[in-house]
Ligand binder design. Structure first.
Ligand code: BDR
Ligand code: CA
Length: 319
């Protein structure tokens, strides 16, 4: 199984990703690091612990990291994820507790203890990952790669051009890209595609099992939150797609592309991607500045990931 550490801001779709990762036999979740993003840090930690109960997960260490982005204040995403971070879903309290050390420290220990290089999976603003890599640059050799949900080669969501996770902490995303660890971007190009039909989601809500009900309610959360603009994303598995990318990369079309994060102006938080096949004037005249190269997911077999997700959770019969 692939040893992974998840960095999350649970978050409706982070919850789906955690359930899926914990249940997939090809993934070994060593620990979960929490960051402010979709909800406040305290909510994110509590949501994460409660979601582990839903999954009936073994004891997996969970710790709290950054309360806010590197430079800016935290900005709520309650219009998408509700005040609690889990939309309209209310999960029962849990006996699980967070570690007393910071999630930066937890990640460092887990990485050093792992006999194999660890894959870091960022499903949130990358503040924790940036702090880890800046504080402990020597860990780079023990990290297999960083797979992150974030960015876009086309449209944004937080702004017209910027995706939420990168927009929430653009400096952190730039630090991660520049860290020397190979990076894989699972951005909005694919994130906005992988959905499970509304009827399937509603049939899960009506089913007997608690896990099915929770998954169904998370998937149909955008209906519950109302607003025409959100409703079009009903059924998205969201961050869980980045976990699918770990175990079934063959369903994605990807390309190695020059990438950088825009840090100034209205475009702050946008991921700039150079899809040109020929060098332009900027390169010829030495004006291009610094770009990193990342593997970027551009397209996805939607049905294959929808099936993988439901089958892994034992809910395939709903399709
Ligand atoms: C990202 O932001 C959050 O709303 C989701 O959890 C996802 O990680 C999408 O832009
Ligand atoms: Ca997230």
């Amino acid at each position: 199984a692939i040893p992974v550490i998840l960095d999350v801001d649970t978050g409706v779709d982070d919850a789906l990703a955690i359930l899926f990762a914990v249940k997939h036999p090809g993934i070994n979740v060593l620990g979960i690091s929490c960051v402010a993003g979709n909800a406040s840090l305290d909510r994110v930690v509590e949501n994460t612990l409660r979601v582990l109960d839903v999954a009936d997960a073994p004891s997996i260490p969970v710790a709290a990291g950054a309360r806010r982005p590197l430079l800016e204040p935290a900005r709520s995403a309650s219009h998408v994820h509700g005040e609690s971070g889990l939309g309209t879903l209310q999960l029962p309290p849990t006996d699980r507790t967070a570690e007393s050390i910071s999630s930066i420290e937890l990640m460092r220990r887990l990485i050093l203890d792992s006999p194999r290089p660890v894959t870091l999976v960022g499903l949130a603003p990358q503040t924790n990952l940036a702090l880890l890599l800046r504080q402990y640059p020597d860990l780079v050799k023990n990290i297999e790669r960083i797979v992150f949900m974030g960015g876009s080669t086309t449209v944004g969501n937080a702004t017209a051009v910027a995706e939420f996770n990168v927009w929430h902490d653009p400096e952190a995303a730039a630090i991660v890209l520049d860290s020397g660890v190979p990076t894989f971007m699972y951005g909005l190009d694919v994130f906005n595609q992988v959905a499970i039909g509304e009827q399937v989601a509603l049939s899960l809500v009506r089913s007997e099992s608690n896990l099915a009900q929770v998954v169904g309610r998370l998937l149909s959360n955008r209906i519950a939150l109302g607003s025409g603009r959100n409703a079009e994303y009903t059924g998205l598995i969201g961050d869980a797609g980045a976990i699918c990318a770990l175990v079934d990369p063959g369903a994605l079309t990807t390309q190695m592309l020059p990438l950088r994060v825009q840090l100034a102006g209205y475009g702050r938080g946008q991921t700039l991607v150079d899809k040109r096949t020929h060098p332009g004037e900027d390169i010829m005249h030495g004006l291009a500045g610094d770009w990193e190269v990342a593997e970027v997911a551009l397209d996805v077999d939607v049905d294959r990931y929808a099936r993988l997700f439901l089958d892994t959770l034992g809910l395939g019969s709903a399709l």
